[in-house]
Design a binder for this molecule. Structure first.
Ligand code: 6PG
Length: 245
């Protein structure tokens, strides 16, 4: 499902609305809400909105569990840390218990971090073959990566682990990431993509041939849930579907 908005502010607002609706629904039905958050810059505005009125007070934060889709191998105070970004924009503004924050630790050996995070997830999703997040937020890089599933990397082949460390040759750095099957078992996957720099790659991902080694975002296909793309006009401007419409 693809939704196109006038600008990035409207994309952020739509993401905040979906976050609140999913959270309220999950808490009503199951007593808790699990969300895997995206890093990078695109979701920052959505996090700011979720952390402010009228969004914040619609959610009982004591029942919310915040997870992360991926993390960079840096300490939590580092400017590149996804945890730091999410802390500044969201966590620091919320009445949420610290035990509900499921951080991926960036400052230890990434293989140990991946193991520890998978253990945390297996504890939360007790007895499940795969995690079933109520909501996953994702971004897309202009090379077609999502979470830290980068083109041509080992993690793309992983069909059993929930979490893995992934060496990213072009960054000369490892990252820790949820695998595609772990993401794909979510109830609702929300991609946020904005800006003209991503329009050509977005067209390839959404309308080009299936080539996930080169375009890892194509691996994201919900098992039973839904995948929704929230785009602004600039990101969407090369889509045929849109031109035809
Ligand atoms: C990260 C991510 C990553 C991100 C894309 C898009 O840690 O960087 O989670 O997959 O979503 O790189 O990033 P931007 O929103 O900054 O363009």
């Amino acid at each position: 499902m693809i939704s196109i908005f006038d600008d990035s502010e409207q994309v952020a607002r739509a993401a905040a609305e979906r976050f609140v609706a999913r959270a309220r629904n999950a808490i009503d039905l199951q007593g808790r809400f699990s969300v895997a958050l995206a890093g990078g810059s695109t979701p920052k505005r959505a996090y700011e909105l979720i952390a402010s009125e009228p969004f914040r007070d619609q959610i009982d934060w004591s029942h919310v569990h915040l997870f992360f889709g991926d993390e960079r191998a840096v300490p939590r105070a580092h400017p590149e840390s996804n945890y730091r970004m999410v802390y500044e924009k969201l966590i620091s503004k919320l009445p949420i218990p610290t035990e509900n924050i499921h951080r991926i630790v960036g400052e230890v050996d990434p293989r140990d971090s991946a193991r520890a995070y998978e253990e945390d997830l297996r504890h939360y999703f007790e007895g499940k073959r795969w995690p079933r997040f109520d909501l996953v937020l994702l971004g897309m890089g202009d090379d077609g990566h999502t979470a830290s599933l980068f083109p041509g990397t080992e993690a793309l082949k992983d069909e059993t682990a929930w979490v893995t460390s992934n060496w990213i040759e072009k960054l000369k750095m490892p990252r820790i990431t949820l695998t595609a099957p772990a993401l794909n078992h979510a109830a609702h996957i929300l991609f946020l993509v904005t800006g003209r720099d991503k329009s050509a790659r977005l067209r390839e991902v959404l309308e080009g041939p299936f080539d996930p080694r080169r375009l890892p975002a194509q691996l994201i296909q919900a098992n039973e849930g839904i995948v929704e793309w929230l785009l602004d006009q600039e990101a969407a401007n090369k889509l045929q579907m849109k031109q035809a419409g």
